[in-house]
Design a protein around this ligand. Structure first.
Ligand SMILES: [Zn+2]
Ligand SMILES: [Zn+2]
Length: 128
């Protein structure tokens, strides 16, 4: 798995997109791109579009392969673990798992609890 930032945003964890092939990264980025950079898309000439695609492909090829990390579900007694090279991908999988298996946890969590959870996750992700 590789990770690329949105080429038209400053790098931040929220504008990093992940995938095993360039098409996956592109697909993951598309909703963001359509929302935030609609003007770029609309004003792009075919030449500009082509150059953008070439740059994006090159950035993907140059990006290092991410080492896989494993995080175990935080709910007491739940042993389900998640493995991925991409933080955002893994976070998405954890979220989907919570909504499916522990559906009352996230809607009932306070903002402080959510913040503490994310801090915990970031710490474990960095250490994994
Ligand atoms: Zn962007
Ligand atoms: Zn669980």
């Amino acid at each position: 798995m590789k990770q690329l930032k949105c080429p038209d945003c400053d790098a931040s964890v929220d504008t990093m997109y992940e995938g095993n092939v360039v098409a996956d990264v592109m697909q993951a980025m598309m909703p963001h791109y359509k929302e935030v950079h609609a003007d770029v898309m609309q004003s792009a000439t075919p030449e500009k579009h082509q150059a953008w695609m070439e740059d994006f492909n090159k950035a993907f090829n140059d990006a290092p392969e991410l080492p896989e990390k494993t995080i175990t579900c935080y709910v007491d007694g739940c042993e389900v673990s998640f493995t991925s090279g991409g933080r955002n991908t893994l976070l998405g999988e954890v979220y989907a798992h919570y909504m499916e298996v522990h559906p009352d946890v996230i809607p009932n969590a306070s903002d402080e609890e959510k913040k503490a959870w994310m801090e915990n996750f970031e710490k474990d992700w960095s250490a994994a």
